[in-house]
Design a protein around this ligand. Sequence first.
Ligand code: AMP
Length: 593
Amino acid sequence: MTEPQDPPFDVPAPDPAPTADPTFADLGLRPESLRALDALGYEEPTPIQREAIPPLVAGHDLLGQAATGTGKTAAFALPILERLAGPAADPVALVLVPTRELAVQVSEAVYRYGRNLGAEVLPVYGGQPIVHQLKVLKRGVHVLVGTPGRVVDHLQRGTLPVDGIELVVLDEADEMLDMGFAEEIDTILEALPSERQTVLFSATMPPRIASIAKKHLTDPVRIEIRREEPAEGEAPRVRQAAYFVARNHKAAALGRILDVESPGAAIVFCKTRGEVDELTETLNGRGYRAEALHGGMDQEQRDRVMGRLRSQTADLLVATDVAARGLDVDHLTHVVNFDVPSAPESYVHRIGRVGRAGREGVAITLAEPRQRRLLSNIERLTRQTIAIEKIPTVSDLRARQMELTLDQVREALEGGGDLDRFRAVVDALADEFDVVDVALAAVKLVHEASGATDDDEEIPDLASRPDKKGKGKDRPWDDDRGGKGPKGKHASKHGKGDQPFRKGDRGPRGPKGDVARLYFGVGRNERVRPQDLVGAIAGETGLRGDEIGAIRIFDRFSLVEVPEASVDHVIDAMKRTSIRNRRAPVRRDRDEQ
Ligand code: AMP
């Protein structure tokens, strides 16, 4: 009936994943780390990991210019793990970070990468009871991750054994200086053994950073994660849109966006194999013919996917960067970043797959609120604006589905021809029913048969949250802590604002206004720590760490204070999330009701 058309994807010759880039194994990492990375679904090192890991493993000092989101944490965490030998005693590595959120985040990353080595990591930051830190320090840790203020505290109390420290990392050094930690950093570095290895990462390299580097680093390897400028006049004709959504709503949001966009052929990029598999399943459940493609698949499986693409039995390809690399994809209408890519260059490569040969293309990015800074980096690199759009609401979706049904019926009417075949059916029904009712029933059947999904759950759109409160990108959870913004941005904002900026660690400020207490059915018995709760809530809901109030952990449950206005959102998000690998019942605390 229909003429064969060009397949939406041009499929290359049999070897689809050629790669000359080094793998994690090529970087000389120990097998335990390789297994952990594999389990996390990391397929290949990011540029910063490729450049930083070998010299760090070889023991060099390093001065690196790289922003958050580039995979910087693993770039220093993996070399630290190379130094672990035997059970935890005095710390062998110290990582200094500007905020407690980052301390928790980095600790969790080191723990994840080092799980096969039994890595013991302790985050130390102001506001957390020091007794707990003392107890763990006494028991022994491999790696200490702390904010400068609290680390100096420990030094002054004599509770931080420094003699065993072989490696120190200053992470987000420009940010630490912006926060007024220059003196503390000096004090700490002076207190450490002089034979140590020193690593400094900073998003920017102002003279103050250069002078710290000059004073404290020895013959460092310098790394700058270069930005690949798109060639003049080569900017693809691509509509670029981003949506802000909590992690647990991402798949639903994507389904809805795709329903409204109705792509001809799309490729959805994910970071890890696990994400690829999970999302493929979700999209198939939503009526899309989605195919997974990742590096973990054997040749036969890949061939099968290619075959289905060639025959157009699939309309979405869900892939990791590595798997898509050998694939020359043509006639694509949409590229979707299910996550903001870690390297801005990879964003440019991905969206370069649409808008070819003068065709219009669409690039869609799903971002979590904390990834705002990554998006700004990309905008700076591409010198193009990414429009922040609203996730289609249930009524947007319904309207769009109706529009598609209307188009289908109109096409059938205008196509004329073989409608007469159905006249006998309409005539028979017209004796019994009103003709308009007959038409309505027929349209309903068309509508349902075209796969209109029964999707009636509103998805919280987080795009407008930061601005609503008038704090914009200056909120710490935005991940937009300084970077390339105007100098002194933080100092001045915090200095004048209602949350005074203090030198030293920032203690928990707690929620403003009405507060509600939530009950979580996990506690000390499950080894839940305050940072597990803060990390999970902040990560899943976009609440800032300082919007989360008092946390009390009991044997079998925990109580956490959150702003009253966010209660439903938090409960909803946390029901779908696990804490320390457990799904915990969560509800408003009974005592409070
Ligand atoms: P970071 O810049 O360290 O904050 O990392 C940003 C994100 O990238 C984190 O979610 C990491 O889990 C993830 N990530 C880091 N390295 C890789 C990699 N090689 N492959 C996939 N994801 C990665």
